[in-house]
Design a protein around this ligand. Structure first.
Ligand SMILES: C[S@@+](CC[C@H](N)C(=O)[O-])C[C@H]1O[C@@H](n2cnc3c(N)ncnc32)[C@H](O)[C@@H]1O
Length: 556
């Protein structure tokens, strides 16, 4: 397979393996709502944050959406778009060395992205997908490194998002950007993605007088609709398209009674006024028996009179759509959404994505309590989109957001989530607010590495931190939640039991015959402790491998 080369590649290609494991600490004062909802906002460089997440979330993320700097070279943006921020310059100097001085802006961007994408792949579930927003500046380079990291066979496709109209056309007016998609293992994806929620264009977000005037019939039925929503625990409010209601729910009419192309079945379907309805041009697509069944089930929608061709009712709950390679939505929608949340600010954050774009992707690729990750969080659109989608389909998806810029993380990302959380209870969409899981998130900081420069465990490290780290470095998978907190047996994998004898830095924990006698596991055991008083033959007989703290702990 052809591969891309650039200055600095050698230095960064395995860099993610050298990044030290850091601790992630929750800042309770900055974290609204109850702990344990599973949503995280981490302030810090995503390279370190992603590595820190590995012992907890390896192969656990269902969908990653990222919107990295496009590398336009435009210094004016609130966030740094040309990978020239002091943090990035410092990191490049350390990771790439003196060569970093000579890097072009494309080299720098690739150096920045490669190790981060490698870690993102490790965090994805086998049936997970990653979507990356990008424009022409780096699209082709990104495609090459994604092929390298994810494998060409896992390329799923690219969505072209038409987001602007160019009123000052150049040779070719650029009126779009891209969202590139790869799977971790494409063979594990369903052959067709189906969304249980309506496509964005069919959702009416504003439930106001405007639509009531347009559909006077709905005005009469408003009470009934609300009842229907309550009964069906649904937040779908698809008045634009689904404008009828009967006992089966909200529906629209579809032309699928027509026989396409060749001559179909011919018979009369009587309109309620007693006259035969006009037949489709090529006849009906079902035989009379099927039509009769549909008529009995009241699945046929009649026109105003017999001159109209009948339609088949399509109920909201049966709606299935496709994720298309074309997405059309004015990019200013994102800016306006954010301005509504921050009315006091003229430009809270430049070029936030519209929640609808991310909702569209997530509605096809996630469900239930899947975890969504955005490691270039910006204004927090992904977190907002996750909450909105949960409201629509009663999901309990969780998110992890990472943002390097402390000002943005605190004043925009966190503040947006807080305001959205506060407003959700009186949102028009939230007819059943008391049934929606209360949105909350933990605001987190990246703490020190687990180990100091001499490989010693730092004082701040807790038993739980070390247990997660050891279990993960031994097994390659996160410590299961069900056993989190156990001691000294921290977990068992493939019939090997992992024990940790440790009571914090400075304590001396010894593996001796008294301790050994307490271990119930009959199979092989791996025991981490400061000292061992057992002989080699005693260890062999007891099926124990001793690992000395800290020297035998893998530090990165
Ligand atoms: C294009 S913006 C994302 C906008 C976001 N999608 C939204 O809708 O608001 C990119 C964001 O990534 C952040 N960023 C850049 N490098 C980063 C890094 N190494 N770690 C974490 N965040 C980073 C920037 O500070 C910026 O806020």
């Amino acid at each position: 397979m052809p591969t891309l080369n650039w200055i600095g590649k050698e230095a960064v290609i395995n860099h993610h393996l050298q990044v030290p494991y850091r601790l992630i600490r929750s800042d309770d004062d900055a974290s609204p709502g109850a702990a344990g909802a599973g949503n995280l906002l981490i302030e810090g460089d995503n390279l370190h944050a992603l590595k820190a997440l590995l012992p907890y979330y390896r192969s656990s993320i269902k969908c990653i959406y990222i919107d990295p700097p496009y590398n336009t070279g435009n210094q004016q943006w609130v966030y740094n778009d040309n990978v020239n921020s002091p943090e990035m310059r410092k990191w490049l100097g350390e990771a790439v060395g003196s060569e970093a001085e000579d890097l072009s802006r494309h080299d720098k961007w690739l150096c920045m992205m490669y190790p981060r994408l490698s870690l993102l792949r490790d965090l994805l579930r086998d049936d997970g997908t990653i979507f990356i927003s990008i424009d022409d500046n780096e699209y082709s380079y990104l495609l090459c490194i994604m092929d390298e990291i994810f494998g060409r066979g896992n390329f799923v496709g690219t969505i072209v998002w038409k987001n602007v109209t160019d009123n000052n056309p150049t040779n070719i007016s650029v009126e779009h950007e891209y969202v590139m998609c790869y799977a971790k293992r494409k063979d594990l994806l369903p052959p067709v993605w189906k969304s249980a929620t309506l496509p964005v264009k069919d959702r009416l977000i504003e439930v106001g007088s405007d639509f009531i005037n347009r559909y006077p019939d709905i005005q009469k039925r408003q009470e009934t609709y609300t009842e229907w929503f309550r009964k069906n625990k649904s937040f779908l409010w698809p008045f634009d398209r689904y404008k009828y209601i009967d006992d089966g729910g909200i529906y629209t009419g579809s032309q699928s009674v027509h026989n396409p192309g060749k001559e179909g079945y011919r018979y009369d379907v009587l309109h309620p006024n007693g006259k035969p309805s006009t037949q489709p041009l090529m006849g009906y697509r079902f035989p009379w028996d099927s039509m009769q069944k549909l008529l009995n089930e009241k699945r046929i929608l009649f026109g105003e009179d017999e001159t109209k061709i009948v339609e088949l009712k399509v109920y909201v709950q049966d709606y299935r759509s496709k994720l298309s390679s074309l997405f059309e939505l004015d990019g200013r929608v994102g800016t306006n959404e954010l301005k509504n949340i921050f009315p006091e600010s003229k430009r809270p954050f430049d070029f936030p994505k519209p929640t609808a774009l991310i909702e569209e992707i997530l509605s096809f690729t996630t469900q239930g309590d899947d975890i969504v990750l955005d490691s270039f969080a910006g204004s927090g659109t992904t977190g907002h989109a996750v909450w909105k989608l949960n409201q629509q389909d009663r999901g309990s998806r969780r998110f992890i957001l990472i943002e390097i810029d402390a000002q943005v993380a605190r004043k925009i990302t966190a503040e947006r989530l807080k305001r959205v959380k506060a407003s959700q209870s009186d949102s028009q969409l939230n007819l059943l607010d008391n049934e929606v899981p209360t949105p909350s998130f933990r605001y987190c900081h990246l703490d020190d590495p687990l180990f100091d420069e001499h490989g010693q465990i730092r004082e701040v490290v807790t038993f739980s931190d070390l247990a997660h780290h050891i279990y993960f470095s031994e097994t390659g998978v996160p410590l299961p939640k069900a056993v989190d907190g156990q001691r000294p047996l921290i977990g068992t994998a493939n019939d090997v039991a992992y024990y940790l004898l440790w009571a914090g830095r400075g304590s001396v924990n010894v593996l001796d015959s008294v301790t050994l006698a307490k271990f119930k596991h009959a199979g092989p055991k791996v025991v981490y402790a400061d000292k061992c008083r057992l002989t080699d033959s005693q260890l062999r007989r007891a099926n124990v491998v001793f690992r000395q703290i800290p020297y035998s702990i893998k530090v990165n």
